[in-house]
Ligand binder design. Structure first.
Ligand SMILES: [Zn+2]
Length: 282
């Protein structure tokens, strides 16, 4: 089983996770820029984080045989903090970089006017840079959040066919699918989707434009959930070609819209900007 995790926050994961992911079949991933739990207080904290997503984290992933790409954006939650807004003006200098395969995660958290502004501005940036967009939907009041998201996308210059709407579930999948967007499902240990609900949705709607991710971060999450969905699909009678479509071909097709996806794992040089992963001497 060859797996592409289209949404996982490796910054908060350990090398054990990288090892286990490789053993489970993960060969490529996309790490979306997001909130770090501890609120940032200045744009500079974002820039260091973006640089890590473009430099250090791909270096770390390569040591474990995994191709790493990222998406860059001002996340919905911090779009509400005026101290963070200058990040929007600096985004163009990141969006031209080779390993940036989408603008994201953007979207709504609490559905405030500040989030409206940041979402619309970043959809325009995606259109201007020829990039697709990864759009997070809120965890509360999901259907209202989805409808408002789809309205803003429809008003933007970015075609809906270049948007991945993420964190969908049974209440939002139908309307998202009708919009023509790509459909993202985050599969978690306790909350939101689990692998069996995911299989039921695949039975009902089929694998077209469907992407499954672990969204693993510093909260309770499981970076092997993609694999578990693949196994649950096989156990439910789906063919290997359908599993491959959901876990590999669809993420490749969506992020391939950027024209920048490079699935070759870079050579593992011993150092990144003079720093090694080794501890206690080489
Ligand atoms: Zn995320």
């Amino acid at each position: 089983m060859r797996i592409f995790d289209p949404h996982i926050h490796m910054t908060s994961r350990t090398t054990d996770d990288y090892e286990a992911m490789y053993a489970a079949g993960v060969r490529a991933l996309v790490e979306p820029a997001f909130w770090l739990g501890q609120p940032r207080t200045s744009p500079e904290s974002f820039f260091d984080y973006f640089d890590a997503l473009l430099g250090w984290e791909p270096f770390r992933a390569a040591q474990y045989g995994i191709a790493h790409h990222c998406t860059i954006a001002l996340n919905p939650k911090e779009a509400n903090d005026p101290r963070c807004l200058p990040v929007l003006d600096a985004l163009p200098r990141y969006l031209v970089k080779d390993h940036v395969v989408a603008v994201g995660e953007i979207g709504y958290d609490a559905m405030t006017p500040a989030e409206d502004t940041a979402l619309a501005a970043q959809l325009e940036l995606a259109a201007e840079h020829g990039l697709p967009a990864l759009v997070h939907t809120p965890h509360r009041d999901k259907l209202t959040g989805l409808r408002r998201t789809l309205d803003v996308v429809a008003e933007s210059k970015l075609p809906t066919e270049r948007v991945l709407i993420d964190h969908l579930n049974e209440t939002t999948v139908k309307e998202a699918r009708e919009s023509g967007s790509w459909l993202g499902f985050s599969v978690y240990p306790d909350t939101k989707m689990d692998e069996h609900r995911m299989v039921a949705l695949l039975r009902e709607y089929g694998p077209e434009r469907v992407l499954v991710n672990s969204a693993a971060d510093w909260g309770k999450s499981d970076p092997l959930k993609t694999r578990k969905v693949g196994e649950a699909m096989l156990a439910a009678g789906f063919g290997e070609d359908e599993v491959h479509r959901v876990l590999w071909e669809n993420p490749v097709a969506f992020y391939g819209l950027s024209g920048r996806l490079d699935l070759e794992v870079p050579g593992t040089e011993a150092l990144h900007e003079g720093n090694s992963l080794l501890r206690g001497g080489e």
